[in-house]
Unconditional design. Structure first.
Length: 215
């Protein structure tokens, strides 16, 4: 019988295995469960606006079905906007975790005045809705408009500055509302610099996936 695993849906298209597998590798190291990561096609800049979000949704559903057929006992949508989350939950018979809603839930256990740092000017509804009145500030790093923009020294510097502005605005906890922040590994540096908890959406999704698999 094929061993079960957590299937990771990547919404950034890449033919570089290191890029495709970086979130799964982190979750395997952090939580110890087996993973398999696959990316949707034809979205080299990921999801960064309404058009790319809409284009991605049917691809995410199809990929989740593919992962379930391959033996996934849990599916993680590795995008903080939780694209197609409800549709995927309807389409497959295994638990499905959205990185955005997982991050919002964890943030509420760590702080009461949450700042959200993303790559769009508006906070993803998957995060804004559960936070409600606890969302006190949001922002986007200057010059960053897609996950690809984060993978530069300028993107890292702009992220640090934007996070600092959110803390200055009163946030006592931060949510990184793009899983591209996971890929650049910036959470520990932000926590050291700012002295507040910083929620990585991929790690939050992995935590929820661990709970579901143990159940």
């Amino acid at each position: 019988m094929t061993a079960s695993f957590v299937g990771i849906v990547r919404v950034l298209t890449s033919d570089d295995p290191a890029v495709v597998e970086d979130h799964g590798r982190l979750l395997r190291r952090r939580y110890g469960f087996p993973v398999e990561s696959r990316c949707i096609p034809d979205q080299p800049n990921g999801i960064h606006d309404d058009a790319t979000h809409s284009a991605a949704e049917p691809k995410i559903v199809a990929l989740a079905r593919e992962l379930e057929r391959a033996g996934a006992d849990t599916v993680v949508i590795s995008c903080a906007a939780d694209p197609a989350l409800d549709a995927v939950r309807t389409a497959v018979d295994v638990p499905v975790v959205g990185a955005g809603s997982a991050a919002a839930g964890l943030a509420l256990s760590l702080g009461r005045r949450v700042g959200v740092l993303g790559i769009r000017d508006e906070t993803p509804q998957a995060i804004a809705h559960p936070l409600g009145a606890h969302l006190v500030a949001s922002g986007r790093p200057r010059g960053v408009h897609s996950t690809v923009d984060l993978r530069t020294p300028e993107g890292t510097h702009a992220t640090e500055e934007a996070a600092a502005r959110l803390v200055e605005a009163g946030a006592d906890c931060l949510v990184l509302a793009c899983t591209g922040f996971t890929s650049i590994g910036i959470r520990p540096a932000l926590e050291r610099r700012l002295g507040v908890p910083v929620v990585d959406a991929v790690l939050a999704a992995g935590l929820v996936a661990t709970y579901r698999r143990d159940g």
